[in-house]
Design a protein around this ligand. Structure first.
Ligand SMILES: [Fe+2]
Ligand SMILES: [Fe+2]
Length: 316
């Protein structure tokens, strides 16, 4: 192993790197500039709203949803630390290091909020557990970057928005807006740096990445089906939330495509036709709250719930 990499401090290399990676490096500096104290922010919000005011049934549903968010933050902390260690480009290393700092703050702040909410935090469901451990255990940087930055981060932002929109609880709503700003930068690292990793993949690695993408997306869909009652208990319109989540994901993929020199073939990019299919499947499996459902759809939803529960037990 040749260490240290002396070229990192040479002027020619730096001039080239600045041209290519200045936007990736900016993620680190913006992160430092907008850093916030979870302890101070949470204390001030609790004081401002006079604590957490939520009936017991909603507290229980919020704990169920938040368990995935909390352990997702811990996983993001470990994975971003892994990326900071393994990414070769210094600017991408800086962005991942900044993310590690953010995720540590997200973890302890959300944990403190949940302790304030009270009660026992439920364990992760089988779907969420499998998604997070698959990313944690992956030895492929492209898989980790795709699944964490472009799928899981996006899902987290969408869940934050759903909790805010449904006005579940004011302390949490304001707290999550701090999280959301940080997560947007983390998605930025994936959008800006994944194209370079995609170019280096062999056809076999590209095929494996597609399988991984499908696996993660499928498990997330079944997990949402399993947690449907908790979203409903919190007054969250899951149909609107899923549609918004898919739109956000398409925007992220479009951003990624704009940074690729050629069409990225190693990941699935949804076409307009697939987008319409996605909307149809959301209407089918996550019908709008209060909408009329014909008998066949009610039977199908009952069967889907039963399959989701069996799948969860098998995975758990
Ligand atoms: Fe986070
Ligand atoms: Fe994040």
């Amino acid at each position: 192993m040749h260490w240290p990499p002396y070229k990192l401090a040479t002027r020619d290399y730096l001039a080239q790197a600045q041209k290519k990676y200045s936007r990736v490096e900016r993620i680190y500096h913006v992160g430092q500039h907008h850093s916030w104290s979870g302890k101070d922010v949470l204390r001030d919000l609790l004081r401002k709203h006079g604590g957490i005011d939520l009936p017991p049934d909603k507290r229980a549903a919020l704990r169920e949803i938040s368990s995935t968010l909390l352990w997702g933050e811990l996983a993001a902390w470990s994975i971003s630390a892994d990326l900071a260690l393994q990414l070769k480009t210094v600017e991408a290393k800086m962005a991942a290091t900044s993310q590690t700092h953010d995720e540590a703050r997200h973890f302890y702040t959300l944990r403190d909020y949940l302790l304030e909410l009270g009660g026992e935090l439920p364990q992760l469901d089988g779907y969420s557990h499998t998604v997070l451990t698959s990313i944690l255990d992956s030895s492929c940087l492209a898989e980790q970057l795709l699944a964490l930055q472009l799928i899981v981060e996006n899902l987290a932002v969408n869940t934050f928005k759903a909790l805010q929109k449904a006005q579940v609880e004011p302390v949490l709503a304001e707290l999550l807006s701090y999280f959301e700003r940080d997560e947007a930068r983390h998605i930025g690292l994936g959008v800006l740096y994944l194209p370079e990793l995609l170019e280096q993949l062999t056809p076999l690695q590209a095929f494996r990445l597609q399988l991984f993408q499908v696996k993660v997306a499928t498990l997330i869909g079944w997990g949402a089906q399993l947690r449907r009652p908790y979203y409903e208990a919190l007054g969250i319109d899951l149909n609107a939330s899923m549609r918004r989540g898919m739109r956000l994901h398409l925007e992220v993929l479009a951003g990624l495509r704009s940074h690729c020199e050629t069409e990225p073939r190693a990941i699935f990019m949804a076409s307009a036709e697939q987008q319409r299919m996605n909307d149809l499947s959301v209407d089918l499996f996550f019908p709008r709250a209060g909408s009329h459902q014909p008998q066949w759809q009610r039977v199908m939803l009952g069967a889907t719930n039963a399959v989701a529960a069996v799948g969860e037990r098998l995975l758990a």
